[in-house]
Design a binder for this molecule. Structure first.
Ligand code: ZN
Length: 143
């Protein structure tokens, strides 16, 4: 066990979720103005352990919906981990993981999709190599 290990790397490279421009930020930076598109972007990780309804939750970080959490809305993030309930459109740049007890209903766009034993996935998905989630077709498939 490394007691004094830093919680976050000193620098990390991210893609702007708005313009896909590459930028490098400090490990603990929570938000930054993208030098490419001049828009403010959220670079923090979101831990949802409550009821949360949003039109759009957009971050270059990760989104974790905990066991007690429910998230409704569109999610754009790096990695999306569902241990609770998530209803909506999910666009992950890295991966979507539905863990045991988790339920994801909606539409998923992700290069990597993992549903653990005991997790539920209901809806459509576009997963695998060659599916750039940010360029995937707009939502509206769930009919
Ligand atoms: Zn940008």
């Amino acid at each position: 066990m490394q007691l004094f290990a830093p919680k976050a790397p000193l620098r990390r490279k991210i893609d702007c979720p708005l313009c896909e421009g590459k930028l490098e930020i400090g490990g603990r930076t929570q938000s930054i103005v993208c030098p490419h598109c001049n828009r403010s972007i959220d670079t923090s990780d979101h831990f949802i352990d409550y009821y949360c309804a949003k039109k759009l939750l957009e971050t270059s970080g990760d989104v974790v919906v905990d066991k007690k959490g429910t998230l409704r809305g569109e999610v754009k993030a790096g990695r999306v981990v569902v241990k609770g309930k998530l209803y909506g459109v999910v666009r992950a740049r890295v991966a979507v993981e539905v863990l045991a007890g988790g339920r994801l209903e909606g539409e998923i766009h992700a290069p990597l999709l993992h549903v653990e034993d005991g997790g539920a996935l209901v809806g459509g998905c576009r997963a695998g190599a060659g599916v750039p989630p940010s360029r995937a077709a707009p939502s509206g498939v769930l009919r």
